[in-house]
Ligand binder design. Structure first.
Ligand code: NAD
Length: 248
């Protein structure tokens, strides 16, 4: 029997996984959910109102509430099977300068962006350990490394995700579980579209690529990190920022 080298087509025939994307009803999370679905995976999303893209299991959950996260997992597990890929994407901003930042502004952002990732990944890790397979993808931001005036709370929560992923890599790396961070730069979303044209032009001038990124470009990176091709990539910070954060 002649031995055959697997063709590119064979390599792209991936096993279907059960994927959960938090905050998958709009923006970057929605694009990530759709990209996983298009790649042939079983996809669930959480959103606070239970809405989501067509063909995806949408489950209501508030990532600041462990009981609600647990209930969402129980439902996803019963309908789609154990979660093998988790993308912690839900995030908020409460921008203001430090002197004006309230305890609540700080706590809410950290509880959602960092605490949310903790609650979701902790709950997912049980099934991943059992399966001896798992992919954790945390959506951070270029400002976690560059810093940003008016975003002490947000930038702190986003850089903390790097320590989170790297510690997880040390804890669970030997169990075939990877944990990586995606650090998007300026991505075309409702948020960036609402900025005045002059502000958008100013931002664009700072980006070596000369343009904002698309949510789909972030999504394709998430799909790759969750694939078998990225099995030996863990504890990494992958920038999707057109070069904005280079050197950090
Ligand atoms: P978005 O506001 O459109 O979406 C955020 C999602 O998180 C929404 O679905 C929202 O419902 C959900 N969410 C917020 N709080 C939640 C909670 N307590 N429980 C459950 N869900 C909650 O924002 P986006 O621009 O799509 O951003 C997605 C992620 O990417 C965020 O983590 C954000 O920080 C990060 N990011 C965005 C950009 C950008 O340019 N848009 C750049 C870097 C990083």
């Amino acid at each position: 029997m002649p031995t055959e080298t697997p063709s590119t087509a064979d390599r792209t025939t991936r096993p279907a996984r059960t994927v959960l994307v938090t905050g998958g009803n709009r923006g970057i999370g929605r694009a990530i959910a759709v990209a996983f679905q298009e790649a042939g995976h079983r996809v669930a999303i959480t959103s606070r109102d239970g809405s989501g893209p067509e063909g995806v299991l949408a489950v209501p959950a508030d990532v600041t509430d462990a009981a609600s996260v647990d209930a969402a997992f129980t439902r996803i597990e019963s309908e789609l099977g154990p979660v093998e890929v988790v993308v912690a994407n839900a995030g908020i901003t409460r921008d203001t300068l430090l002197l004006r930042m309230t305890e609540e502004d700080f706590d809410q952002v950290v509880a959602t962006n960092l605490g949310g990732a903790f609650r979701v990944v902790k709950r997912a890790s049980k099934g991943m350990l059992k399966a001896r397979h798992g992919r954790v993808v945390l959506i951070s931001s270029v400002v976690g490394m560059l810093g940003s005036a008016g975003q002490v709370n947000y930038a702190a929560s986003k850089s903390a995700l790097i320590g989170f992923a790297r510690s997880l890599t040390r804890e669970l790396g030997a169990r075939n579980i990877t944990a990586n961070v995606i650090a998007p730069g300026f991505i075309e979303t409702d948020m960036t579209a609402a900025l005045p044209e002059a502000t958008q032009a100013e931002y664009r001038a700072r980006i070596p690529a000369g343009r904002f990124g698309s949510a789909e470009e972030v999504a394709r990176t998430a799909v790759w990190l969750a694939s078998d091709d990225a099995a030996y990539v863990s504890g990494a910070v992958i920038p999707v920022d057109g070069g904005l954060g280079m050197g950090h």
